[in-house]
Design a protein around this ligand. Structure first.
Ligand code: MF3
Ligand code: CO
Length: 262
């Protein structure tokens, strides 16, 4: 039995603040992205911004069962890396890269979680198509997050958005409920059947994650124990928003439309 925690008005207000803070971090990182910058420097921006906003990192020290504690405040996933790339002084951004940044903040008792895949300078047309497709499928999934719909409508929108372009969705990771915990019920997979699953209700808060590969869904984890990469070496992109379902439809708590075109 899935237990989804419905948030009250005051909890939703608090999540508007943590969502806004999470999008501020992503925006600051976006402004710093250019060839020659190390992924460590991007983590520093996140660390400093979280501190300035009065929160703590949702990721630093996070433990998935069977993993080491996560060592940073952002995940930086370059090109064929899918998710959970660890920032490093030795990794510099190059012209033509795509770089997925995932960051979250715990502020006044609630988490805000978001991700965006940036281009570094000029990128190839297939990389641009991947970014556009992944972002559009996230927004289609968010539109499906309305009261009366079912969770499967959201998941199907993610899958269909990717597969209609001949891409594949990442099947080993998923979005999630969010609130006092970074990961709450329900899980939000990137694939599913329309009309199936939990009925969506006003007051649910979801971190919806669109994760798409140009090639197939197969992945492996590097020796660092975290970084997931495509087995076929194809590019992968991710976009994520924290969303609250209201009686008249979804509201994006981590809005970042000013980042588009970056
Ligand atoms: N947005 C991802 C998630 O919610 C990132 C997790 S990174 C970790 O699962 F550090 F928390 F592991
Ligand atoms: Co997440």
């Amino acid at each position: 039995m899935t237990r989804v925690r419905i948030k009250s008005q005051s909890e939703i207000e608090a999540m508007r603040r943590s969502g806004k803070a999470a999008s501020t971090i992503l925006q600051r990182i976006g402004e710093a992205i250019k060839p020659g910058v190390s992924t460590y420097e991007l983590n520093q921006i996140s660390r400093q911004t979280i501190e300035e906003l009065g929160g703590t990192s949702s990721f630093l020290g996070y433990q998935f069962p069977g993993h080491n504690p996560y060592p940073a405040t952002i995940c930086v996933s370059l090109n064929e890396q899918i998710v959970h790339g660890i920032p490093s002084k030795d990794v510099l951004l190059n012209e033509g890269d795509i770089v997925g940044i995932d960051t979250a903040i715990f502020l006044d008792g609630y988490h805000g979680d978001n991700a965006f895949t940036f281009s570094v300078g000029e990128i190839a047309p297939d990389a641009q198509e991947l970014l556009d497709t992944t972002r559009v499928s996230l927004y289609r999934a968010i539109e499906a997050a309305s009261p009366g719909n079912r969770l499967g409508d959201v998941c199907f929108a993610l899958q269909d958005g990717a597969e209609s372009h001949g891409f594949s969705v990442v099947r080993d990771f998923s979005g999630h409920g969010i609130g006092r915990q970074l990961h709450e019920e329900p899980q939000v997979p990137t694939y599913g059947d329309a009309g199936r699953g939990v009925r969506l209700m006003a007051g649910m808060t979801l971190a919806i994650e669109a994760m798409v590969n140009v090639g197939n869904s197969d992945m492996r984890v590097l020796d660092d124990g975290w970084t997931a990469v495509t087995t076929d070496g194809s590019l992968s992109a991710l976009f994520e928003h924290t969303v609250v379902i209201l009686s008249d439809g979804p509201e994006i708590l981590t809005d970042n439309s000013e980042l588009w075109g970056k």
